[in-house]
Design a protein around this ligand. Structure first.
Ligand SMILES: *Cc1c(COP(=O)(O)O)cnc(C)c1O
Length: 365
């Protein structure tokens, strides 16, 4: 089966193999060197001075940012399942919050966010960079910059789980950025990676919570160790992935990801399909169409390709194709060709012409 979902993504062989090595104990100089190496690479990738790894899925990273970051009240941006999650986390902890809601295809409006911040009710802002529910890109850099102009004491938290490793993020006004192992970093699920600014560290102060106390982890990980048993094998594998991306050149990796995204978008449009979000994120291509489940079923059963569908009100109306990690051109050609065939077989297209692959190839090569 080809895993073409926007997370989890396919795990490359060199990553799988790294999980087969001898077990390394986490309280050893060997592991300390690996952890320090991975954290240094992570800080370079995020452009932030501090880094923390947590043994949890991405949501654990979100929860840690909420409980450690908010001292007064949170403003959360909700344009999909993941934006909605900030509010659910606040509610679970009795943390006051207000939500700015947008349709799932619509990016947050910086003016509206700034107006909310001016009320003085909030000390923290929570937003997705790439909202995976609709494949939507929020203008986070602009929002973060303008919010800080109004109030430099606002903690800006960005969920970069489907943005880090996909494109270069300007983190100059971001205080906590969150990544997840199973998205662009091509690992199994189970590791949340955070980048923290100087202001972010100060705001966290003594921290809050027990397992997810970021103050404790920040201190320990600066020393090259962890408070609890870390996800040793994930950190070893992450270090390898970051090493590989640095060797390829992060700029080259981002450029190829963007190039592939353009090619896939053009191919999809050539097939007569509509791109769902008004501002598409580069992590995936989200297509809006009727009877999407029929197409997904054919792709899965006949062509052995798993793509994601839609959730909630978009159930049965969305197809989301991954563009994170390393997707080779041959894979992409097969996926687009199978998509056109599935569209014919599901009755969405009258006949097969191969125009999907032709357009993809013209843009890709
Ligand atoms: C996948 C994802 C998460 C985290 O989900 P987990 O299942 O907890 O790893 C958070 N935000 C976004 C935008 C995501 O795509």
């Amino acid at each position: 089966m080809i895993l073409a979902t926007p997370g989890p993504v396919e795990i490359p062989d060199f990553v799988k193999q790294s999980f087969l090595g001898e077990t390394i104990h986490h309280r050893t100089p060997e592991f300390k060197a690996i952890l320090k190496g991975a954290l240094e690479r992570w800080k370079r990738l995020t452009g932030l001075p501090y880094g923390v790894f947590l043994a949890s899925s991405g949501t654990g990273g979100m929860e840690s940012a909420v409980i450690n970051g908010v001292k007064k009240g949170a403003l959360t941006i909700n344009a999909g399942k993941f934006g909605e999650r900030w509010g659910k986390i606040c509610s679970a902890h009795g943390i006051p919050f207000e939500e700015l809601k947008y349709p799932w295809d619509t990016p947050a409006n910086p003016d509206e966010v700034v107006e909310k911040v001016k009320t003085g009710k909030f000390d923290s802002l929570f937003i997705q960079i790439s909202e995976s529910a609709g494949g939507l890109r929020h203008p986070v850099e602009e929002i973060a910059r303008r919010v800080k102009e109004v109030n430099p004491e606002i903690l800006v938290v960005a969920d970069g789980i489907t943005a880090l490793g996909v494109e270069k993020i300007d983190t100059s006004n971001i205080d906590i950025i969150i990544g997840g192992s199973q998205k662009a970093f091509m690992l199994p699920a189970g590791l949340a990676m955070l980048g923290v600014s100087q202001f972010g560290k100060e705001r966290i102060g003594k921290g809050r919570g027990f397992y997810f106390n970021l103050a404790v982890e920040l201190k320990k990980q600066e020393e090259g160790t962890t408070a609890f048993t870390p996800a040793v094998n994930h950190i070893i594998a992450l270090n390898l992935v970051l090493e590989k991306l640095e060797k390829m050149g992060l700029e080259n990796h981002y450029a190829f990801t963007a190039h592939r995204h353009r090619a896939l978008m053009e191919a999809v449009k050539e097939l007569g399909l509509a791109i769902y979000p008004k501002a598409p994120a580069k992590s995936m291509v989200a297509i809006e169409l009727e009877n999407a489940e029929k197409v997904r079923k054919i792709l899965k059963e006949k062509y052995q390709i798993l793509v994601a569908g839609g959730q909630d009100h978009l159930k049965g109306r969305l197809i989301r194709i991954n563009n994170m990690g390393i997707v080779t051109p041959d894979r992409l050609v097969y996926i687009v060709n199978s998509l056109e065939l599935a569209l014919v077989e599901s009755g969405h297209l009258p006949s097969y012409t191969g125009k999907g692959v032709i357009t993809l190839s013209q843009h890709l090569f």
